[in-house]
Design a protein around this ligand. Sequence first.
Ligand code: ADP
Ligand code: MG
Ligand code: MG
Length: 352
Amino acid sequence: MSPTKEYALLCLENPLLGRFKPIIFHQNFPVRSALARALQIWPRGDNAILAEEKHLGIYEDLLNNYSAKLIAGGGAQNTARGAQYMLPPNSVVYLGGVGDDKYAAILHDAVKQAGLRVEYRVDKKEKTGRCGVVITGHHRSMCTDLGAANHYDLDHLKSPEVWKLVEGATHYFVGGYHLTVCPPAIMALAEEAAKNDKPFVFSLSAPFIPIAFKDALDATAPYWDYVIGNESEALSYAEAHGLETKDIKEIAKHLAALPKANKKRERVAIITQGTDPTVVATNGGVKEYAVHAIDGSQITDTTGAGDAFAAGFTAGLVAGAPLAQCVDQGQWLAKLSIQELGPSFPFPKQTY
Ligand code: ADP
Ligand code: MG
Ligand code: MG
């Protein structure tokens, strides 16, 4: 791989602690308290929601009654850790908002171990964000209380120290969850990318994003050089935009063909589909890439598979790898990640 600049990749989203370690419930899991109430609103299948008042009890419940463990998380923070895993030291910097509490200290420790530089906006009044993950059979449900992550602002991004990192980076990665927090910060990065012909990578993040944050999402679309999502996110994009198709390849083609601000780069739309082939669309056409097969018995936890895919893929872009290799790196890193608990990567480090 070619050498990369210091902090070549700059990532922005919502840091969360406590991706509370997923717990496996079986069909007849105990139904109690806030957790049970929360589960009632989670339909079958993978889901991700923002916590409302009625869900807030779930975090203590997970910790106290189900011995859940704490893991550093947040989609793009996982992606940033994963990209740093594959790139030379000091390649990745991550921005987001945290509180001034012990949870923020745990996050700092976790990212330090991963060699990831973070520039957090610290909010004195709000708690560090939390994410509860519950696994029922093969499905996972996530419930996020954004806390201080919800108070990220343009002032932090534009502060001289942070903006210097923005100017120094060669690639940007933004997680779609940040649309719920600070679209102006996303737009500032997007415009900076287009103006300087730097690749802007965007993740759709969750099915609710194209529906509940459609206008904010659409404002970022012209700036996507690479847009990454999974099949549920592609389908919800199609539904929100009245595309009369449920064909993933057609949706990927549509995403690739949307109007583009930076005309010097052709857009690439990448849709992952779990164990099914990864779909990659450009204006030139659609290709499918079979995933790296792994025996079911080796899978520990698929939470964050998509974050890991985005990490390997983006690390490839930063290192100047061809598109097919970027996809392969994404699948390789995702395969490593699903053998660990939560969105983590094995140590000692494996090399691609
Ligand atoms: P998300 O986590 O966003 O739902 P996917 O489920 O599509 O994303 O997974 C992302 C990538 O992770 C896939 O393209 C694939 O490369 C890898 N992956 C996920 N699940 C498996 C699996 N069971 N076996 C092998 N690879 C997997
Ligand atoms: Mg999936
Ligand atoms: Mg995902």
